[in-house]
Design a protein around this ligand. Sequence first.
Ligand code: ZN
Length: 351
Amino acid sequence: METIERIKALSDAFGPSGFEDDVAAIVRNELEEYETYTDHMTNVRCEKEPGSDKPNVMLDAHMDEVGAIVQAIKPNGTIRFLPLGGWSRMCFPSSPFLIRSRDGKDIPAVIAVKPPHFMKASEKNAVPEVADMVMDVGATSAEEVKALGIGIGSPCVPDVKCRFDEERGLFYGKAFDDRIGVACTIEVLKRLKEEEVPCNVQASFSVQEEVGERGVRSNAEALKPSVMICYEGCPADDTFSEDYMIQAGLGRGPMLRHMDVSMITNWRFQKLALDLAREKGIPVQESVRSGGGTNGAMVNQSYGVPAIVIGVPVRYIHSSNCWCRLDDFENAVQLGVELCRILDNSAVSKL
Ligand SMILES: [Zn+2]
């Protein structure tokens, strides 16, 4: 696939945490020129020069997206669900979703709350608890829902189709956290396939990040990275922050994170990346965050590996409807490519 088509396909792919199979299939197809390995959690990995004595530079992106899982079917044919990943429940009501049936069909549903006509005065301006919301597939009985192949444990994702505005270089869609990072990783691997670089470029496409960075451990255990570059779709802050606080605005380049709740970034690696970006004329943004967390932290802590986060700004991540930009993607890819060109044994030993 061409880059734009690949990003659209990745955004559209069904893959809430724990159910990343469709995304993994796209990754394997798109990286046919590499020998990929898939483990039993559905983590996918590959490397450019296995067994070389060059340092291992592991690019990671998580394949899962925030979604939901069916908890119970009510007698009236509506469906109780639990969120998978960090949603604000304010984003649920009225959202179209797809529920994957036992035989792999995606059944359209809508997240419903009690209509205003039936609300008490006290309910009108309150956001209901998730337990008071339901997914509705238009059924009138539990039997009808079960006949559709929906049951306890059926996975769900927002029913949103990715669109690309060519004139503005703008994507609309779901799951850019972290499918845009998956696209970055694929792109870097493709661009470097035939190029001699001083490191062994590795790719980790990991599962279950949104429920606590669970998958990446298995990839890191196998790949034994010397350093890690964590590609993320990171929350854009340019629509509700004062100018001076904007650290991840659309169209301003990828964001390199100095700190979030999970990690204080190795400042030497961070400086190396920022200096390189400036030298190569790649626009970047820097951030210090009071929230957030990435796979970078998991690998950093578990293996003592220096990790940086390269984030493509995405507006409204962890909701159904998101925006991100092609130029930010392109600059994130370019920075990754340039890093792989300079990360030799000597550079890595100084981090
Ligand atoms: Zn993410």
